[in-house]
Design a protein. Structure first.
Length: 751
C-alpha cells in the first residue's frame, strides 16, 4: 500500500524480476569520477518517526534507531549531473526507446531509468538520437522523471548508493534532537524556507516547478532541500507496519515489497508532505514530475588479502585484494574516509595489475590526506568480518618484496606519510622489513618516511626495519606527526633507529615503547631509541625506552635511549632503563646547544663510558625535575632511589606497590611486599590524569604515571577500600592534606 497517493499508478513488477535486474545493475560499477559534493554526517542515535502524532499510522510508533556515520550529497542530483551520466554510459550501458532510457541489457524494456523530452514534456533531458543535453535554464535544477532504477544506476556508476530511510530522516533532522522539530529547521514553514505548492517562489507556473538546488538555507548538517523541491528515492522497500518491527542498528527496510520509499515532499505538495517524519512510496519503475534523488556513501572501502578475487571494495564480500588498489581508488574519490584492511600480509609492490609484484624498491604505501587506513579486522571469511583485534587479526605491511628474508632487495620505505594532514590515520598495523639503504631520501625511514607531513599513527608496531642512515623505524623531517600507542622494536640504522626527527620536526609521541633498537655503523652512531636534530622539539609522554643501544662506530656511539642535537624535546612521565651507549649518555645524550626538559621521569640502570644516565656536552643543559635519576641529578625534588620495577628483565616497568599495581600478564591488580619511592612523587602541580583511586592526589613518576595503569598509593596500613566524600588522596582520612590538593586545583578545567 502506498503511504501517499500520487498522481498515477503503474503495474506492479514481480519481485523476482526486480531483484534479478537489480543484481545486474549492481554490476555496473564503472569507477567513474564522483560528481556530487558530499557532506559528512556523524552517526548516532535518534528517535525516528512522528513526534507530534500529526501524520498517518505508517509514521508510528516513534522508535529508537542508530545509524553509522556516512556521507550525503549536499544537494539533490541535478539535471546536468544526470545528463553527464547518461552521456558517459551511452551506448554501452543504456539505450533509448521512444524517448525512455533503459539499461542496454533490459531486453523487455521493463525497467525504465528516466524520460527525455521525447517521451514526456515534463522531462528536462533532451535526446537528439546520439547524445543527451539539458533544457536551457534547468541545468542546476534537480533531476525529475527518474525512476528508482535510474537513481540506482547513477549511484552504481559513480560508486554511491541511495540512502536508507533511516539515514535520510537522520540527515534531514540536521542534528536537531532536543527537541525534535517538524521540519529540518524548526516547527514553522513559509516560502522563504522551502519550495512547495503555492510557496510563492519564482519558479511557479510551468511544471515541473522546481527551484535550483541550494536556493534555500541548509539544515544543521549543511544539506539543501531536505524538505520540498523534489521527492527523494530511498533504497528501502516500503511496509506500512515496518516501524513496529524495525531493528535498532542501521535498519535497511523490509527484505521485499512492491514499492520503494520516497522522502521529503516536493514543489507539488502541501506542507504536510514536507515533514521530516512523512513517508511516501511508489513502484520503483515510476517516473514523475516531482521524483528525484540524492546520494550517499559510507565512505568506507574494504581490503582482504585472503579473498579469492579482487573486487570493487564496497563491502567485505567484494573487498579489494590489494591495499594499493584501495589507495588508488580513495585518492580519486573525495568522500572516502576509511580503508579497512583484514588480517594478512600486504606488500607495497602488488596490485590487481601486478598480483605477483613488481619488485620495485621504490614502491611504498603512500598515505592519503584525510583517509584512515586501519588494520586488524577479521575479514570476509569470518562470521563477523568487522570484528577488530589487532593482535588476533594481525595485519602486516612488509617491505619483503624480492627474495624472501633477503633484505637487500626490500622496499626502501614500507609506508610514506609525506604531504599528509593530521586527519590522515594509520592504525593497527605491523610494519616490517623496510630497508632504506639507497641514496638521498632512500637512506632513511625503512619502516615509514615522512617529509612535510602530519599524519596520525596509532596502535602500530615497527619491527625489523633497517636504514643505512637515519631511522630504521620512522623518519620525520619538517613534520609533526602524532604517534600514539606504538612499539618500535629491533630496528637497525646508523642514527635515531627507532625514530628520527630532523629539521624542525615536533611530533607528539604518547604511550610508545622503544626497545632493542640498535644504532650501529662505521661512523658516528646516535640515538638507539630516538634522535632529535636540527631544532626538532618533540613532546614525549608516557613512553618507555628500554634496551636500546649505540655501538660499532669509529668515533661517537652516543645516546643509547635518546640523542638530541640542537633540539629541545619535552619529556614527561617516561622511563629510560637498560639503554647502552659505547661513549656518551646511556639514557640520554645532548649535544650542540640542546636543552631538553625532563619531568616525572625515571632514568635508571643505563650504561655508558661517560654519563651513563644523562650526558650534556659543554653547550647543552638538561632541566630535570620531579624525577628519579640514578646517581642523582640537580633539579627540583629529584630523587636517587631504586624505582623497584615489577619485572624489568621481562619488560614490566610498572612500579611495585603494597596497595596494588597492574600486572599486564594476568590483567589484574596484584599487591607487592614493597612500595616504589616513585609513587606520588611527581610534579605536585601536575595533573594525576587517569590514575585510579587511591592515587594520593599526586602523579607517579615513570611511564605509567597519570594513566589507568599507575600503581596505587600506599599509606602504611591496610588498603583503603572506601570512597569517602572529601578524601582526595584515598587514605580514608579527610584532613588538611585533602584540602591542599583541592585548593591547588581549584577551578581547573581540563575539558
Amino acid at each position: 500500500m502506498a503511504f501517499v497517493i500520487f498522481k498515477k499508478e503503474k503495474e506492479m513488477k514481480k519481485l523476482a524480476m526486480i531483484m534479478a535486474v537489480f543484481g545486474v545493475m549492481l554490476a555496473y560499477c564503472a569507477g567513474a569520477q564522483a560528481t556530487a559534493e558530499m557532506v559528512y554526517i556523524s552517526g548516532g542515535e535518534f528517535q525516528m518517526g512522528d513526534h507530534f502524532n500529526e501524520g498517518n499510522h505508517t509514521q508510528r510508533p516513534v522508535h529508537p534507531v542508530s545509524v553509522n556515520s556516512f556521507y550525503m550529497s549536499r544537494n539533490e542530483i541535478t539535471n546536468q549531473q544526470y545528463c553527464d551520466y547518461l552521456n558517459a554510459v551511452y551506448p554501452e550501458q543504456i539505450k533509448v526507446i521512444s524517448g525512455v532510457v533503459y539499461a542496454s541489457t533490459d531486453s523487455g524494456n521493463s525497467y525504465p531509468y528516466c524520460d527525455t523530452t521525447t517521451s514526456s514534456s515534463y522531462s528536462r533531458i533532451t535526446w537528439d538520437g546520439s547524445s543527451f543535453s539539458v533544457v536551457s535554464g534547468k541545468t542546476n535544477h534537480p533531476m525529475v522523471m527518474v525512476s528508482w532504477y535510474g537513481a540506482v544506476a547513477y549511484c552504481n556508476f559513480y560508486d554511491y548508493r541511495l540512502p536508507t530511510e533511516a539515514e535520510w530522516e537522520y540527515a534531514a533532522r540536521g542534528g536537531e534532537r532536543n527537541p525534535y522539530y517538524r521540519y529540518p529547521w524548526g516547527d514553522s514553514i513559509d516560502g522563504s524556507k522551502a519550495n512547495y505548492n503555492s510557496s510563492g517562489d519564482l519558479y511557479e507556473g510551468t511544471s515541473p516547478e522546481t527551484a535550483p538546488v541550494g536556493d534555500y538555507a541548509t539544515n544543521g548538517y549543511g544539506l539543501y532541500d531536505m524538505a520540498g523541491n523534489v521527492w527523494e528515492w530511498c533504497n528501502d522497500w516500503s511496509d506500512e507496519n515496518y516501524y513496529s518491527v524495525s531493528p535498532y542498528d542501521n535498519p535497511q527496510g523490509p527484505v521485499s515489497g512492491t514499492n520503494r520509499i520516497l522522502r521529503g515532499g516536493s514543489w507539488n505538495d502541501g506542507i504536510e508532505q514536507l515533514l521530516c517524519a512523512n513517508r511516501g512510496s511508489h513502484p520503483p519503475d515510476d517516473r514523475f514530475i516531482s521524483y528525484g534523488f540524492r546520494v550517499v556513501s559510507s565512505g568506507i572501502i574494504y581490503v582482504d588479502a585472503n579473498i579469492p578475487d579482487s573486487n570493487d571494495g564496497s563491502c567485505w564480500d567484494k573487498a579489494y585484494k590489494y591495499i594499493q588498489d584501495a589507495l588508488a581508488y580513495a585518492s580519486s574519490k573525495d568522500y572516502v574516509a576509511e580503508i579497512r584492511v583484514a588480517q594478512g600480509t600486504y606488500t607495497p609492490d602488488t596490485n590487481s595489475s601486478n598480483p605477483g609484484g613488481t619488485n620495485d624498491r621504490a614502491a611504498t604505501f603512500q598515505l592519503i590526506s584525510g583517509v584512515a587506513l586501519k588494520g586488524g579486522y577479521a575479514g570476509y571469511a569470518k562470521s563477523n568480518p568487522d570484528a577488530r583485534d589487532i593482535s588476533a587479526y594481525e595485519t602486516v605491511l612488509t617491505g619483503d618484496i624480492g627474495t624472501v628474508d633477503v633484505n637487500t632487495d626490500n622496499s626502501y620505505h614500507v609506508v610514506t606519510g609525506s604531504g599528509t594532514d593530521v586527519d590522515t590515520i594509520l592504525n593497527g598495523f605491523t610494519i616490517t622489513k623496510g630497508n632504506a639503504n639507497g641514496s638521498s631520501s632512500d637512506n632513511s625511514g625503512g619502516g615509514m618516511y615522512t617529509n612535510d607531513g602530519n599524519p596520525t599513527i596509532t596502535n602500530c608496531t615497527f619491527i625489523g626495519n633497517a636504514a643505512s642512515d637515519d631511522a630504521g623505524g620512522m623518519y620525520n623531517t619538517n613534520s609533526n606527526p602524532i604517534v600514539t600507542n606504538c612499539t618500535f622494536h629491533s630496528n637497525t640504522s646508523s642514527d635515531g633507529t627507532g625514530m628520527a626527527n630532523r629539521n624542525d620536526s615536533s611530533p607528539i609521541i604518547t604511550n610508545c615503547t622503544f626497545t632493542k633498537n640498535i644504532a650501529t655503523g662505521t661512523g658516528n652512531n646516535g640515538g638507539g631509541g630516538m634522535l632529535n636534530g636540527e631544532s626538532s622539539n618533540p613532546m614525549v609522554i608516557n613512553c618507555i625506552f628500554k634496551g636500546n643501544s649505540t655501538s660499532g662506530g669509529s668515533t661517537n656511539n652516543i645516546g643509547g635511549g635518546m640523542y638530541n642535537s640542537n633540539s629541545a624535546p619535552i619529556v614527561i612521565n617516561c622511563t629510560f632503563i637498560e639503554n647502552v651507549a659505547g661513549d656518551d649518555g646511556g639514557g640520554m645524550c645532548n649535544y650542540n646547544n640542546s636543552t631538553p626538559t625532563v619531568t616525572n621521569c625515571i632514568i635508571w640502570g643505563n650504561t655508558a663510558a661517560t654519563g651513563p644516565q644523562i650526558f650534556n656536552d659543554g653547550t647543552s643543559s638538561t632541566i630535570v625535575s620531579y624525577s628519579d635519576v640514578e646517581g642523582s641529578w640537580p633539579g627540583v625534588t629529584n630523587i636517587d632511589s631504586d624505582p623497584r620495577f615489577a619485572n624489568p628483565d621481562n619488560g614490566d616497568c610498572h612500579l611495585k606497590s603494597q596497595a596494588s599495581r597492574w600486572d599486564g600478564s594476568t590483567k589484574s591488580w596484584v599487591q607487592d611486599g614493597v612500595t616504589s619511592p616513585c609513587i606520588d612523587t611527581g610534579d605536585p602541580d601536575g595533573s594525576i590524569g587517569y590514575e585510579l583511586f587511591p592515587n594520593g592526589g599526586r602523579v607517579n613518576m615513570g611511564a605509567y604515571g597519570g594513566t589507568t595503569e599507575a600503581s596505587k598509593s600506599y599509606f602504611g596500613g591496610p588498603v583503603c577500600e572506601k570512597n569517602i566524600a572529601g578524601d582526595i588522596n584515598g587514605d580514608c582520612i579527610v584532613n588538611f592534606i585533602d584540602f591542599s590538593f583541592m585548593a591547588s586545583n581549584w577551578l581547573e578545567d581540563n575539558r
